[in-house]
Design a protein around this ligand. Structure first.
Ligand code: NAD
Length: 506
């Protein structure tokens, strides 16, 4: 299929409302495009206001019974769900690669990191537990209930179309909420396949709903009085709008947003491992990861490692994600490629040294049409340059220099973002000082992309996040529940006491 294929012949992505996959009545549709070739894969609707209303109403109705579903019954659905995801892993990865562009191995990683959250949701019986204090006053006990909130909403970005939806609806639903998901309109196909599997695993009708769309659908989710919490992952610009709007409407909100992740390279680091880690974390997924390393700060004698870094990056293979041996796939859209190329031109204008130019790589056949930019490295990068100050979200690594570790730490702490950071060193003392002094929420020590597993929570900080609680792990139990305290007295002798006009629990 090409862009000229009759639009009517293309698969149309359905909405999920009240347990039924339904075709939207919208007049506004957009193409889902393979970014390696421009092949149009499907069409996705911008849902109408009535359809969004119906999805929320279905979640509200289903909440009445779902909130009372025994915890073991909820957990067993996610046990089944993790099994179905495993059984369908290859097919899910193939769909993801076709619409998003990343390599098949990385697509499996995308699904797998989401699967880990599903496994965690299957353990909900151990997670959603209250506290009890016995005998806080004579015959009085106080205990807490962690109760679900109601209908919650999730809005997801294009770069992890499996992992990030799975950060959201499994934990929301496992804790007893119902959910309306708004996937990225750029690559909704793998998300929809995961939603189909969730229904197959036993999620009852109305508990999970899906609407597609852009700004107006998202605004409705932020404003609607029946939506009690909003989880957003995406750019800082949109996340800030979502946070402010949904907060003003009285909702609980968490927004995980843009980044500029620095890796400090100390001269005592293991050189080969460090350079491999930097190259993988900067150019994997074509740099379209919120935790990609986008700035390397070479400290002291590590500054001499630049030529070897450049040679390793030059050796990466650019191509379609489904081709054997590909290291770097395409960017998500023509607009994203144009933006990255524009920022590279800006870096040159601002005086950085273009040590490796990945623009306009030579590719054959259908891939000539793809949105490819190869690994690109700037050296001599300084704060104040556009390529340093903005998130590029492409395969562009900025290399900066520092005399000392303290200078490097000061640079990172002065940057507004706080998603991830890493240090490469063989000194335990240096690593320990780094973890203590650095003002970034996720810290790697000889680990370039320190995304925690769901036993912990994703803990981006500062300008990379709005809202207190992270999207999975223990924090998300608090996000998706309301703590109720119960103070109870059971008299074993009804004749004791008398009128008490004080505040104390005598
Ligand atoms: P985006 O902000 O453009 O889109 C995210 C979602 O918001 C999509 O569902 C989109 O349809 C919707 N949206 C777009 N414009 C909107 C508007 N004006 N009003 C309301 N909703 C709107 O982000 P993206 O390009 O899909 O994803 C890339 C960004 O996401 C990068 O900045 C990346 O750093 C960030 N990201 C952050 C994390 C994290 O955990 N911190 C994880 C992944 C991605």
């Amino acid at each position: 299929m090409t862009r000229d294929t009759t639009r009517d012949e293309l698969p149309r992505i359905p909405l999920l409302i009240n347990g039924e996959f339904v075709q939207s009545r919208s007049t506004e549709w957009r193409d889902v495009i393979n970014p390696a070739t421009q092949q149009v894969l499907a069409r996705v609707p911008m849902a109408t206001a009535e359809e969004v209303e119906a999805a929320i109403a279905s979640g509200r109705e289903a909440f009445k019974t779902w909130r009372k579903t025994p915890i073991g019954q909820r957990a067993r659905i996610f046990l089944k769900y993790q099994q179905l995801i495993r059984e369908n892993m290859k097919q899910l990865a193939a769909t993801l690669t076709a619409e998003q562009g990343k390599t098949l191995a990385d697509a499996e990683g995308d699904v797998f990191r989401g699967l880990e959250v599903v496994e965690h949701a299957a353990n909900i019986g151990n997670l959603q537990m209250g506290e009890l204090a016995h005998n806080v006053a004579g015959g009085v006990d106080t205990y807490t209930l962690l109760q679900p909130l109601g209908v919650c909403a999730g809005i997801t970005p294009f770069n992890f179309p499996a992992m990030i939806p799975l950060w959201m609806f499994p934990m929301a639903i496992a804790t007893g909420n119902t959910f309306v998901l708004k996937p990225s309109e750029q690559d909704p196909m793998v998300t929809m396949r995961l939603v189909e599997l969730a229904l197959e695993a036993g999620i009852p009708k109305g508990v999970l709903n899906v609407v597609h769309g852009g700004e107006s659908v998202v605004n409705t989710l932020c404003d609607h009085p029946d939506i009690k919490a909003v989880s957003f992952v995406g750019s800082t610009r949109v996340g800030t709008l979502v946070h402010d709007r949904a907060t003003k409407a009285g909702k609980r909100v968490q927004c995980m947003m843009g980044a500029k992740n620095h890796a400090i390279v100390m001269p005592d680091a293991h050189k080969e491992q460090t350079l491999n880690a930097l190259v993988g974390a900067s150019f994997g997924a074509a740099g379209q990861r919120c935790m990609a390393v986008s700035v390397a700060v070479l400290v002291g004698a590590a500054r001499d490692w630049l030529p070897e870094l450049v040679e390793k990056a030059r050796g990466l293979k650019i191509g379609a994600g489904d081709a054997a041996g590909t290291d770097v796939g395409p960017l998500i859209s023509c607009a994203a490629r144009d933006r990255v190329e524009h920022l590279i031109a800006r870096g040159i204008e601002d005086g950085a040294t273009l040590s490796l130019d990945g623009r306009k790589p030579q590719l054959d056949g259908a891939l000539k049409e793809g949105n490819f930019v190869g690994p690109t490295i700037f050296s001599g990068v300084k704060p104040g340059m556009t390529i340093y100050d903005q998130e590029i979200f492409g395969p562009v690594l900025c290399v900066a220099e520092a005399e000392t570790m303290d200078e490097a730490i000061a640079m990172i702490n002065a940057n507004p973002n706080g998603n991830g950071t890493a240090i490469f060193t063989q000194s335990g003392a240096a690593a320990r000082r780094f973890e203590e002094e650095i003002d970034v929420g996720q810290v790697g020590i000889n680990v370039p992309i320190p995304v925690p597993v769901p036993l912990f929570s994703f803990t981006g900080s500062r300008a990379s996040k709005l809202g207190d609680l992270g999207p999975y792990g223990k924090q998300v139990i608090m996000f998706y529940t309301q703590t109720k305290t119960v103070t109870a007295r059971w008299f074993d002798d009804a004749s004791t006491g008398g009128v008490n006009t004080t505040i104390s629990l005598k």
